[in-house]
Design a protein around this ligand. Structure first.
Ligand code: HEM
Ligand SMILES: *[C@@H]1O[C@H](CO)[C@@H](O)[C@H](O)[C@H]1NC(C)=O
Ligand SMILES: *[C@@H]1O[C@H](CO)[C@@H](O)[C@H](O)[C@H]1NC(C)=O
Ligand SMILES: *[C@@H]1O[C@H](CO)[C@@H](O)[C@H](O)[C@H]1NC(C)=O
Ligand SMILES: *[C@@H]1O[C@H](CO)[C@@H](O)[C@H](O)[C@H]1NC(C)=O
Ligand SMILES: *[C@@H]1O[C@H](CO)[C@@H](O)[C@H](O)[C@H]1NC(C)=O
Ligand SMILES: *[C@@H]1O[C@H](CO)[C@@H](O)[C@H](O)[C@H]1NC(C)=O
Length: 531
């Protein structure tokens, strides 16, 4: 699949435009957020690390009695990334700076929950998903998967290279300091009570890092000696408030032996218990308040960062679209996901493809599998473009006609993004003549370019990670062919010999000043032919 990645297009992402496929960044973020369990969950799925919700990957025995959980760590990590924000000067916030060892080493970030979190959630970082977006998604998925409300998610956080100014609250600070710190982050006193209660429905305080708060050792219910904030520490519920109001709470920041560090007690009681009582009285009010506060916390970004619109699931979404030129055949592989449908009621789906000569081809698609997300609240069905007993085979198209776009007919209803269609670019693609081996080269990459397109550049894109885990793209230009080699009557080859056999790349091209990019990750190992 070839995407439009123009400078102009990028500039539009931050504005209030409705999400139209293809949009590489939104497509990637939408998939991470909504394709969580089951088919096509794209390599790593964050949900599998918070399911069951008491899963704690860093206990040597993955002991369900450790008292800790990945879910609680991920939520605290997002809060400590956000909590450095200064609303007046626009610095700090969700910029992934909590991943930096220098920031983790601060007293205000005591504990190993941050490094534990980084080891997992940063595995989903790629050219379209920043470290900060991954941290935000981790917290959101933990909350939603473990009984919490659905949280509006925006993407586009930008990773900081340096630690932020310190400013995460400490339990021994007094109430006025906490009110001032939350005000600096942009939250009122009432919102502070809410945000602390919403966070402290998960997890607890560990003895090893806070021995002056938790002095209990050899706790039979928690081998890591964690004193939990409420009796249900791996699920989102209003018990943190209900137990506090009932006077039965064991929250170590409310009834801790040292009153100096009883920060939750001071915060929860700071409005005469009005906010906590409203939470205790209504699980729904607690959930909706937390959904809003969590969304605002995750959207706390440094000034100048423009987040995307709230990402909603596309009702009909093409995925894993790939074009390959195989001699006289243009091979189109792909999937389509139908949101909020089940296998039992699997719709009837046809794919229509539109070409350069004004024809429309059509084929009936076969159901492949299902996926689900948001704690099982939603399910989706997936169909292959040419799904046969042999698997999901390519559709075999005529390269002269090519393909310009797709639409679908679902239970008799035309789905084409309100008339826009689902655009597909066939200007350039990998050619099956690409080969591996042939010392001194690791192989040769052949790119089939549509005659008449005249790209100014064709290049390979490589993902580069800098010393602080920020991702960027390096472009390795191909030399334009002196004497074009025809691959068929509609396409000619650009070629490049490469020495690095381990290279993983996508293909890019610049056409009339606009950059396009394929999504399929390629490597020499996949090339069937020897050079
Ligand atoms: C005045 C504000 C706050 C103070 C003083 C505070 C203090 C603490 C302390 C001392 C711990 C124990 C950490 C450990 O043992 O590793 C903790 C845990 C936690 N905090 Fe807070 N917190 C505050 C606000 C928040 C907020 C606003 C959130 C989220 C919205 C949050 C989420 C969490 C979570 C989820 C844990 C459990 C971590 C785990 O069990 O691994 N906290 N907090
Ligand atoms: C209570 O906590 C404060 C702040 O951490 C500490 O300075 C003080 O020594 C503690 N008191 C007791 C009795 O542990
Ligand atoms: C708030 O609730 C707690 C727990 O029930 C109680 O100890 C405290 O006295 C209450 N504070 C006020 C101001 O009512
Ligand atoms: C999902 O589908 C069900 C059944 O068709 C429908 O009632 C429900 O409103 C849908 N949910 C969403 C969020 O679209
Ligand atoms: C699909 O193609 C067949 C011929 O192959 C044609 O009869 C039919 O009208 C087409 N359907 C649509 C929706 O274009
Ligand atoms: C689907 O794949 C099979 C196996 O490669 C092929 O024979 C068939 O022509 C393909 N169908 C279409 C519509 O391209
Ligand atoms: C790749 O290397 C081979 C063998 O040295 C050479 O014949 C060919 O011209 C090279 N191709 C390109 C595009 O540089």
């Amino acid at each position: 699949m070839v995407f439009r990645l123009a400078c102009g297009t990028l500039a539009l992402l931050g504005t209030a435009h409705a999400y139209v496929w293809p949009s590489p960044q939104l497509d990637a973020l939408e998939a991470l957020r909504f394709d969580q369990v089951g088919f096509n969950t794209i390599g790593i799925t964050l949900t599998s690390f918070v399911q069951p919700c008491n899963l704690f990957l860093f206990d040597p025995t993955i002991n369900p009695n450790s008292g800790r959980s990945d879910a609680a760590d991920w939520i605290r990590t997002a809060y400590h990334d956000a909590a450095t924000h200064n609303i007046r000067d626009g610095t700090g916030g969700m910029d992934g700076s909590i991943r930096l060892v220098a920031e983790q080493a601060r007293a205000e970030n005591a504990g190993n929950g941050f490094s534990n979190t980084m080891g997992i959630v940063l595995a989903v970082v790629n050219r379209y998903v920043s470290n900060a977006d991954a941290i935000a998604l981790g917290a959101l998925i933990a909350i939603e998967t473990c009984g919490g409300p659905e949280i509006a998610f925006r993407g586009g956080r930008v990773d900081a290279a340096l630690p932020n100014t310190p400013g995460v609250p400490l339990p021994q600070q007094d109430l006025n300091s906490h009110i001032a710190i939350f005000a600096r982050q942009g939250f009122t006193q009432t919102e502070m009570i809410g945000l602390v209660a919403c966070g402290h429905t998960f997890g607890g305080v560990q003895h090893s890092f806070f021995p002056n708060i938790v002095n209990v050792l050899a706790d039979s219910t928690s081998t890591d000696n964690v004193a939990h904030f409420d009796s249900t520490p791996v699920s989102f519920d209003n018990n943190v408030a209900a137990e506090y109001i009932a006077g039965t709470t064991k929250n170590p920041l409310v009834v801790g032996f040292n009153d100096t560090t009883n920060s939750d007690k001071r915060i929860f009681g700071s409005d005469g218990n009005a906010t906590m009582r409203s939470f205790a009285n209504s699980p729904d009010h607690f959930a909706s308040t937390c959904a809003n506060l969590f969304a605002r916390m995750l959207d706390t970004v440094p000034r100048g960062v423009e987040l995307t619109e709230v990402i909603k699931p596309l009702p009909v979404k093409p995925a894993s679209i790939n074009l390959v030129m195989n001699g006289d055949t243009l091979e189109l592989t792909g999937l389509v996901r139908l949101w909020n449908t089940t296998q039992a009621a699997a719709p009837t789906v046809s794919l229509l493809w539109h070409d350069h000569v004004g024809h429309t081809g059509n084929t009936t698609l076969n159901f492949i599998s299902t996926s689900s997300s948001t704690g099982g609240k939603y399910s989706a069905t997936w169909y292959g473009f040419n799904s046969t007993v042999f698997g999901n085979m390519p559709l075999l198209l005529n390269p002269v006609d090519g393909v310009t776009g797709l639409s679908f007919v679902v239970n008799g209803v035309l789905e084409n993004q309100g008339g826009l269609g689902f655009a597909v670019q066939d200007a350039f693609m990998l050619s099956q003549t690409s080969c591996q081996g042939g010392v001194p080269y690791a192989g040769r990459v052949d790119v089939a370019v549509r005659n008449g397109v005249h790209p100014t550049r064709v290049y390979l894109e490589q993902v580069v990670t800098d010393s602080v885990q920020r991702i960027s793209i390096t472009e390795v230009d191909m030399t334009p062919p002196l004497h074009p080699v025809a691959v068929n009557s509609a396409y000619s080859l650009w070629s490049m010999n490469l020495t690095d056999g381990g290279m993983i790349f996508t293909i890019g091209a610049e056409i009339h000043g606009i950059k396009y990019s394929t999504t399929e990750q390629l490597s020499f190992f996949e090339f069937a032919t020897a050079c």
